[in-house]
Ligand binder design. Structure first.
Ligand SMILES: Nc1ncnc2c1ncn2[C@@H]1O[C@H](COP(=O)(O)OP(=O)(O)O)[C@@H](O)[C@H]1O
Ligand SMILES: [Mg+2]
Length: 395
């Protein structure tokens, strides 16, 4: 079959690129209407009694008694099987006092998930982490800081069709930090709100680095790389964890994320090119901090080994990383898993799939459970320590 492109000739790159762009958009809108739109109707799965008991830390007898005493705690029943929504599970947790509450006096964790390289698992990790935290009863906000808008796709939006420029973090960074409140969208996933990204963010990047454009804005809005930090002040108390899904770069948007965050997670697959890229990332970010004269402190900084194939070469690289970077490398890692890849292709995390005894599913889920458990334990320690400090001050 001859490519449709031959009719445009090969001499003029501009013409070829224009054609690719038009034809690519045709393909995308076709695919989008067929498949991705289905994601828009996406619902979070419901949980059977055994899962509800685990999640609420209460027995089935307790749940049955509760629904008898108060019909508002009654789950949907299909053929006698009880199906609990996450919203109902959280209400039961609240009633039973088993929902983790971030202690008064602690700040939310604002975590940037960042690396120079694309494809290392930033967005996949961010989505799974948001799901895990929300399933644990925490209040989560995800912000898309990458023009590719992968985060938007995960929540059922087609980044450049469903999301207008005004709905991204753009206006909070360019015009009015307090406008961030209006940008927050509820999602199909109870407990997760988002501010989705799309290609508009690329224009934001150009604007924020336009010296002439910004010179008059600094007085009103702060330095171009501090806009996100300023905006988050208006909403941060409404959440326990704010996740910043960064692009594969250290551009001004990523620097905004770095300045706004108090936790930084760098996903690194255990392979030489990824490790090399990680070193360049560290060097470049260090230079930026030095240049800006800022002292940045973090509550949490970890390298997360992702897409770990568990073969000999990758095990060797992991050993070296552990030896050199010590406890900054997370104990647990995310395995390379066909199941995670399949779920990502359908814009899902493993947490959204019906629980299964299948070996590949279990292996992928176990590795995620380990990683997010380790992260959540660290966050809880940070929160408890902050609350204790406040209590000490009061005494
Ligand atoms: N643990 C994993 N195992 C297998 N494939 C993965 C895993 N994590 C991510 N992927 C694959 O890699 C692709 C890129 O991941 P993504 O999270 O979008 O990278 P980034 O955000 O760093 O560019 C995903 O679409 C998915 O197919
Ligand atoms: Mg991404």
């Amino acid at each position: 079959m001859t490519s449709a492109l031959t009719q445009y000739g090969v001499d003029d790159l501009q013409i070829i690129l224009g054609a690719f762009s038009d034809l690519g958009t045709d393909i995308l809108s076709g695919v989008v209407t067929e498949h991705i739109k289905a994601v828009n109707k996406k619902e979070l799965r419901k949980f059977k009694m055994k899962e509800a008991c685990e999640m609420t830390e209460r027995s089935d007898a307790f749940l049955r008694k509760l629904e008898q005493a108060d019909p508002s705690f009654e789950p949907e029943k299909i053929n006698g099987i009880r199906y609990y929504t996450l919203e109902l599970i959280n209400r039961i947790r609240d009633k039973a006092g088993t929902r983790y509450k971030r202690p008064a006096g602690s700040d939310p964790i604002i975590i940037a998930i960042s690396h120079f390289k694309g494809g290392v698992g930033k967005s996949t990790t961010t989505k799974a982490m948001a799901d895990k935290f929300a399933l644990s009863g925490l209040r989560v906000l995800g912000i898309g800081m990458d023009g590719q808008g992968t985060d938007a796709l995960y929540y059922g939006f087609i980044p450049d069709l469903d999301i207008s420029p005004e709905e991204t973090i753009r206006s909070a960074l360019l015009n009015d930090p307090s406008s961030i409140k209006k940008l927050i969208k509820n999602t199909y996933f109870n407990g997760i709100d988002i501010i989705p990204g799309n290609l508009t963010l690329t224009q934001v990047e150009i604007k924020l680095t336009d010296y002439k454009d910004q010179i008059n804005q600094v007085k009103k809005l702060g330095f171009p790389d501090e806009r996100l930090a300023n905006a988050l002040k208006f909403i941060k108390d409404d959440y326990d964890v704010i996740l910043l899904d960064c692009g594969p770069n250290l551009n001004i948007l990523t620097l905004n994320a770095i300045n706004a965050c108090n936790a930084l997670l760098i996903p690194v697959p255990p392979a030489l090119p990824d490790l090399a890229s990680f070193c360049t990332y560290c060097k470049t970010l260090r230079e930026h901090l030095e240049f800006s004269g800022k002292t940045k402190t973090l509550e949490f900084f970890r390298v997360l080994v992702t897409k770990h194939p568990k073969n000999k070469p990758s095990e060797n690289i992991l050993k070296l990383m552990l030896k050199e970077f010590g406890s900054y490398v997370m104990q647990k890692h995310i395995v390379y898993s066909a199941e995670i890849e399949r779920a990502a292709a359908n814009f899902c995390s493993l947490y959204e799939l019906p629980s299964s005894s299948q070996k590949t599913y279990q292996r992928g889920l176990e590795s995620m459970e380990g990683v997010f458990g380790e992260i959540l334990d660290a966050f809880k320690q940070i929160w408890e320590a902050a609350a204790n400090e406040v209590n000490e001050d009061v005494k």
